[in-house]
Design a binder for this molecule. Structure first.
Ligand code: FEO
Ligand code: CA
Ligand code: CA
Ligand code: CA
Length: 577
């Protein structure tokens, strides 16, 4: 089936050619156009000033769109004035590039206290109402939307689950251990069936300075917390581990936000464990329990899943928002069946870390397992993966896909059938199906569907498709699905440094005659990674995040005449039938 299958009268797209890494443009296929929806610094909350790169303040940044967006979702449900042409978007703001955002920034000295505080205000999430004038026009945001909201480094988060209130969660500012200010380094995420958004706190280690801190048990080291830091302790001493040793334990969680209610307090769910959370995506089990799939994005780290104790109740949002507060936590083990069958495939098992409210890990309590989840998993023999990024179930079929972005440190002695390439520069994608296709099952079958790279490289694999007919692709990061059950979309982060092209977004059908035919749909400007794709293919509508344009070199994105690039959300749409 052609990509246009099921959408009568709409043309499939003509794949774009690979874009050289220095091209400063958002390249879309013939017949499509694009427009920025919202960019860093655009006013979001009531009273926010217009963006002015030369007059950045903490107070204005708290009310303006945050920096580098990764996860993105569109909501049309809820109580607002929604419909086909109205809704809201939520996107997170993973990190900042101070050397790009502040004119005259001194990279040797690092940020001033005020610059660090502006960076704190530019982290978190942004929620804005959007509308469009019909199918062949772009989404635009409403700076006066009633549900517009910024979540930043001083927004209050409730900490729930078994590790909430633990001794090591208490700080001088929060003697309860249940109230954290801010969320940091939110990478990918997912929508829940009950209308909220999940987002993962990923590389939270970088904000903390561990100079002089005691690490006898290796807990800081296992999470990459060093003396490097980003200078944020100049703004607030909670980022100095020696001064406030427990603050670092309050980051590295999955957060849940209700974007429909701008007065709601977001939650950090400790039941889903603490690691460098890429994101979390939900599928309901056969018995109605909520299952969250999660990756820990580090070389040689693991894939996890959480299974809620309680079950989903259609229409009861308040109840459903408690589902991620209590449940079982598992980590994945992949076993190959040998390469004699010509496939990288086999069976897998979910190893319990927490089950029925009890710890399955010798010498660790439930709360300890959830807080130092990496160290708990290390004891249980899961498979060390090539940087697990986005993990998402196909909502139509239940098959689960994980993007393993790369791992150049894997040696030939360390390869296994699920991570089969030494010095894996280009990454791969694994598909698995749970036993009985039940998300709560404890066993699964798996196979590799993509081994990325330039197709002339014999180590690449495109699910059996003819290599000479596909687009080069490197460093898969986010995966997404649309209305077509066979459509797997992959966006990338790392192509410039590995195959010399701009990052972008690709379609790779998972079934049918085009199975494995990787076709590039778009590319993002130089230095940027392509994130958060939201594909509404029946409308040929694609929302993306253009993250860190100009990170290496210069970009003028979104080409509105500013002296610095402004990361943000773009809409790609078809200009005519
Ligand atoms: Fe923020 Fe794992 O990428
Ligand atoms: Ca095999
Ligand atoms: Ca990512
Ligand atoms: Ca990435």
């Amino acid at each position: 089936a052609a990509p246009g299958r099921g959408n009568k009268g709409m043309a499939p797209f003509e794949p774009i050619a690979p874009t050289p890494a220095d091209v400063d443009d958002l390249v879309v296929p013939e017949g499509y156009s694009w427009a920025p929806v919202i960019s860093w610094g655009d006013p979001v909350e009531a009273g926010a000033p217009d963006f002015d790169v030369n007059n950045q303040t903490v107070e204005s940044q708290k009310m303006q769109a945050g920096y580098n967006a990764d996860y993105l979702a569109i909501h049309r449900g809820g109580a607002g004035n929604n419909g086909a042409n109205k809704g809201l978007i939520i996107f997170n703001n993973e990190y900042t590039n101070p050397e790009v955002m502040f004119p005259g920034y001194d990279p040797v000295a690092g940020p001033t206290a005020e610059q660090a505080a502006i960076e704190m205000a530019a982290h978190g999430m942004t929620i804005v109402e959007v509308e469009r004038q019909g199918q062949f026009s772009p989404w635009a945001y409403d700076r006066h939307g009633a549900r517009n909201r910024r979540i930043h480094a001083w927004t209050q988060f409730h900490v729930d689950g078994p590790a909430g209130g633990a001794e090591w969660m208490k700080t001088s500012a929060d003697p309860t251990g249940h109230m954290v200010l801010g969320t940091l380094n939110n990478c990918a995420g997912g929508e829940t069936p009950w209308g909220t958004s999940l987002s993962g706190e990923e590389n939270f280690n970088q904000y903390f300075n561990a100079t002089g801190a005691d690490d006898a048990q290796g807990k800081l080291k296992r999470y990459g917390i060093t003396s490097a830091g980003r200078g944020w302790e100049r703004a607030e001493d909670r980022f100095m581990v020696l001064t406030e040793p427990n603050e670092v334990n309050r980051f590295g969680w999955i957060v849940e936000v209700d974007p429909e209610d701008p007065t709601s307090m977001p939650v950090k769910h400790t039941a889903l464990g603490r690691f460098k959370h890429e994101g979390a995506t939900i599928r309901l089990a056969a018995d109605g329990r909520a299952v969250a799939y999660m990756g820990d994005d580090e070389r040689f780290d693991y894939i996890y899943k959480f299974v809620s104790r309680d079950t989903y109740v259609e229409g009861d949002k308040a109840h459903n928002m408690t589902l991620l507060s209590e449940g079982d936590l598992y980590v994945a083990k992949f076993e190959g069946d040998g390469l004699g069958d010509g496939e990288w495939d086999g069976v897998g098992t979910w190893i319990a870390l927490v089950k029925d409210g009890a710890s399955m890990v010798p010498g660790m309590s439930v709360a300890e397992v959830l807080t130092w989840t990496r160290m708990a998993a290390d004891k249980m023999g899961p498979t060390k993966m090539d940087r697990p990024e986005d993990v998402q179930p196909n909502p139509h079929t239940g098959a689960v896909y994980v993007a393993l972005t790369n791992n150049t440190r894997r040696t030939p002695a360390q390869i296994d059938e699920a991570n089969p390439r030494a010095s894996n520069k280009f990454g791969h994608v694994i598909e698995w199906v749970e036993a009985g296709n039940d998300a709560a099952a404890l066993a699964f079958t798996w196979r590799i569907v993509l081994i990325a790279g330039v197709p002339s490289d014999p180590s690449t694999y495109f699910n059996g498709y003819d290599r000479s007919l596909v687009s080069p692709i490197s460093c898969p990061d986010n995966v997404a699905f649309d209305e077509d059950p066979d459509h797997l979309w992959i966006s990338t982060d790392g192509a410039p440094g590995t195959i010399g092209t701009c990052d972008g977004m690709f379609l790779m059908p998972t079934a049918g005659p085009d199975k494995g035919k990787v076709q590039q749909f778009l590319s993002v400007p130089t230095g940027a990674e392509c994130c958060g794709p939201v594909v509404e293919w029946a409308d040929r509508s694609i929302l993306i995040c253009v993250q860190h344009p100009g990170e290496d070199g210069h970009s003028a994105y979104p080409y509105l005449g500013d002296s610095v690039p402004r990361p943000g959300v773009a809409h790609v749409y078809r200009t005519a039938r």
